[in-house]
Structures are given as C-alpha cells and as structure tokens.
Design a protein around this ligand. Structure first.
Ligand code: PPS
Length: 294
C-alpha cells in the first residue's frame, strides 16, 4: 500500500463513532479481542495522559527498574489495542504475543469496548483531562500524527472537536460514558489535573487500586522517571522511536508542553465564550467536574 492510501484519510464511522479508516476495516477483529482476567486496561480519550499513566504502570509492574522499562518503546510495552494500520501496526496481534500480565491501551468509548474486557471483569484505569486542554493538544497532534485527516485551521478543528467529529468521537460522551461505568466495574477514574497537582498522591491511588505495595524509595524513583522533563528526553517514552512517516516531531513534538491551562494561549475570547456555552449544555446533569488549570 502506498503512503497516500494510508495517511491523511477521512475518518470512518463505526457505530456512530469516527475512527481511522483502517480501524473501521478491521473492526470484526477488534471486537473479537480476547481479554485475560489479569489484563489491566488503560483507557483515555486521546491526549489525556495515556502515555504518562502507561509509563507509570510499566514502572510499577517492573518494581521501578528503569532498565527494564527501557526494553522497548512505550507503544510496544503497552500496545494500543484497536490500532491496526496495514504494514505498520496491529495492536491485537501485539497483545496476543505478550505474556501476562498485560497492560492494554485503548481510546474506545464504553459502547465500543470489546465485550471480553467487561466479561473478564478486568481492572481499568481511566484518565480524563479537561476539554479545552485536550482540544488544543489534539489539534497539534493531528498536525504531527499522519493517521489523522488534515486538521484545518484551529477554528475549524475546534468546531469539529465540539461536534465530536474527530478521532474517537465526542469528548463529552467519552468522559461521561466511562464516569457512569465506574459504578459497575473495577474502574479507577483519574484526572490529568490531579496528577499534575500531586503526582505522588495519584500514584499511591494507583498502587492501592492494584493492591500493590512499593517502598517509598521506589515510589520516588517512579515519580522522577515519569516527570514530563524526564519522559520528554526518554526515547522509549517520547514516541521518537515511531517512524517519521507516522509521526513528525518537527511539526510538533509528542511531548509538547505537558501542562494544565495551555488552552489560555490558544482560545480567543470569542472561542472561549461559545465553547463554555456548548460545554455547559453537554455536561448538564452529570456529577463529573473538571478543573481547567493548576
Ligand atoms: S495519546 O496520543 O492520545 O496517547 O496522547 P496522550 O499520551 O494521552 O497525551 C499526550 C499529552 O500528555 C502530555 N504528557 C505529559 N504531561 C505531563 N507529564 C508527563 N509525564 C506527560 N507525558 C505526556 C503530552 O505532553 C501531551 O499533552 P500536551 O498538552 O500536548 O503537551
């Protein structure tokens, strides 16, 4: 297949959710994914802290052994389940080849999650990030990661984001859907902003959820190794090991800013006002609340 047949193609709806064309084509294979009871699912809407929490979890699983965590790139240590791109990657096959216990990454909304993950009652960690920072981060990611369609201008992209016409659909439906599911399944629901505010407190929550104890010294080592500054310099965590055809870090680095409140540098006052109005309508009636800066 030619690169032009693979990259920058329009998204394709799967049960009403826009996904990469190749995920849509491979959908039966993804739906049939066979979870194992000791899988840990890392679920997020894109750009919400997936890579950060993935690195933390791989470090926990390896008792803080940095060398072990450098055995491979993060996208191979924690395969992206539904990512299938012909000639590049097949998340399902990657996971089949991994020994248990596996860490599994997904961006799927609850209604599209393969049923075996629910049936096996797998533990799941969801990370949510405030909508405006996600929209900004996603806009830069669209530019550098070529599986996405062209983002257009910021103004155009923001409209698509609000309408849920971006990869993995509506942010609103995603965060609310997972928020509801946590009542019935073993889901730890975390916030990017809380992780920025007090990474140690959030790491201890994760350990408790995993029923795992680690000495203080190892906890501190994990915190250091997974700080934005250190991860940005780490080729096995910063996505520079991915082919340039897929991601062009010269356009915008994967590890871009890693802060809360960057939306203030991107939104105009008018964009902010219309966004807030739409946001309040979409989030009406939910107990889910976000902080937008730290
Ligand atoms: S993806 O492609 O959806 O899996 O991206 P994801 O990893 O979810 O999100 C990328 C954003 O997370 C930031 N990031 C971090 N922030 C703080 N600390 C650490 N350690 C960290 N690692 C990644 C990354 O910079 C992206 O956010 P922006 O706002 O674009 O900088």
């Amino acid at each position: 297949m030619d690169n032009k047949d693979i990259f920058r193609r329009e998204l394709v709806d799967v049960h009403g959710v826009p996904l990469f064309w190749s995920i849509a084509e491979a959908w039966p294979q993804i739906e049939a994914f066979e979870a194992r009871p000791d899988d840990l699912l890392i679920s997020t809407y894109p750009k919400s802290g997936t890579t950060w929490v993935s690195e933390i979890l791989d470090m926990i699983y390896n008792n803080g052994d940095i060398e072990k965590c450098k055995r491979d790139a993060i996208f191979n240590r924690v395969p992206f389940m539904e990512l299938i791109v012909p000639g590049y990657v097949n998340g399902i096959q990657q996971l089949e080849a991994l020994k248990s216990p596996r860490l599994v990454k997904t961006h799927l909304p609850v209604e599209l999650l393969p049923s075996s993950l629910w049936k096996n009652d797998c533990k799941m960690i969801y990370v949510a990030r405030n909508a405006k920072d996600v929209a900004v981060s996603y806009y830069y990611f669209y530019q550098m990661a070529k599986m996405h369609p062209e983002p257009g201008t910021w103004e155009e992209f923001l409209e698509k984001f609000k309408a849920g016409k971006v990869g993995f659909g509506s942010w609103y439906d995603h965060v609310k859907g997972w928020w509801e599911k946590r009542k019935d399944y073993r889901i730890l629901y975390l916030f990017y902003e809380d992780m920025k505010e007090d990474p140690k407190r959030e790491l201890l929550k994760v350990l408790k959820f995993l029923e795992k104890d680690l000495p203080e010294e190892i906890v501190n080592k994990i915190l250091y190794h997974t700080s934005f500054k250190v991860m940005k310099q780490n080729p096995t965590a910063n996505y520079t090991m991915m082919s340039e055809k897929e991601m062009d870090h010269n356009v915008s680095p994967f590890m871009r800013k890693g802060i809360s409140g960057d939306w203030k540098n991107q939104f105009t006052v008018a964009q902010y006002e219309t966004f807030e109005k739409h946001y309040n309508q979409q989030m009406e009636g939910t107990t889910l609340k976000f902080r937008e800066e730290i």
